[in-house]
Design a protein around this ligand. Structure first.
Ligand code: DGL
Length: 275
């Protein structure tokens, strides 16, 4: 079991922000990544569809004999909650680890949350934060244009298009005086510099991919599930749309050129996982 890979999935490329951290934290681990590039975005869809897609993504990863599954997607983590308790392998989404990190750093108890429309509608981060500290004040904003901007490469710090979109979404949170901002969608760290410029230096940005990778690494260590062989781990990437162009954009998320194979799968062929 310990030699088995870690399974990570997202609606598209955003989950690679978690893979980036995982490869730093656990360099000997093998990773299987699935990005549902043929059906991205999830965040603008209704919850039944998101649940069905998530159950198929999980089904594919289980077919790869993974030892743990990470839903590196704020939307799935917020909507497909029943997955958490029903899988035959350890599982984590992004909401719990990210909320815990935000609650630990806020000084004034005012936390902003940005995410997809489905994530914000679910109230998942708000609920988790209030569970940790009922006195925390939460300010939420959905940012539906961020995922398409990122997936299409509109990410340069000086590009007026993402800057203007970010300014419109983020101004109310800045004006509310938050001192901590949860980047509640794993695509958003790619816009980190633009978001930081608008929020100001005093606002701490919490990266959901990074916090989740950290949490997953603790969990695997605690459960004695880490690989025993100390050789460099490998990543295999799977997508549900063309592999062309994936490597180039994936490199931006990973912060380095992609190593490992990229293959296309027919995700529709995987029956939704049910316990
Ligand atoms: N990375 C996904 C998330 O964290 C993107 C959502 C989407 O596909 O809309 O929510």
């Amino acid at each position: 079991m310990n030699e088995a890979p870690i399974g990570v999935f997202d609606s598209g490329l955003g989950g690679l922000t978690a893979v980036k951290e995982l490869t730093h934290l656990l360099p000997y681990e093998n990773i299987v990544y699935f990005g549902d590039t043929g059906r991205v975005p999830y965040g603008t869809r209704g919850s039944e569809i998101i649940k069905q897609y998530a159950a198929q993504d999980v089904s594919f990863l289980l077919s790869q004999q993974v030892k743990m599954i990470i839903a590196a997607c704020g939307t799935v983590s917020s909507v497909a909650l029943e997955l958490a308790g029903s899988l035959p392998v350890p599982f984590t989404g992004v909401v719990k680890p990210t909320s815990a990190a935000a609650a630990a750093v806020t000084r004034n108890g005012r936390i902003g949350i940005i995410g997809t429309s489905a994530t914000i509608r679910s109230g998942s981060y708000r609920w988790e934060l209030n569970l940790l500290h009922p006195e925390i004040q939460v300010f939420e904003q959905d940012c539906p244009l961020f995922v398409p901007l990122v997936e299409n490469g509109f990410i340069q710090r000086d590009d007026c298009v993402p800057r203007e979109v970010a300014r419109r979404y983020l101004s109310p949170l800045r004006d509310a005086g938050v001192d901590t901002l949860i980047l509640g969608c794993t695509h958003y760290p790619i816009l980190r510099e633009i978001i930081g410029d608008i929020m100001g230096d005093h606002v701490v940005l919490i990266d959901s991919g990074k916090e989740t990778a950290l949490y997953a690494s603790h969990l695997l260590r605690e459960r004695h599930l880490l690989r025993e062989e100390k050789t460099e781990g490998e990543c295999s990437f799977y997508v549900s749309d063309s592999t062309e162009g994936f490597s180039q954009i994936a490199g931006i998320f990973l912060g380095q050129n992609i190593k490992g194979n990229v293959s296309r799968i027919e995700i529709q062929d995987y029956p939704p996982y049910s316990p």
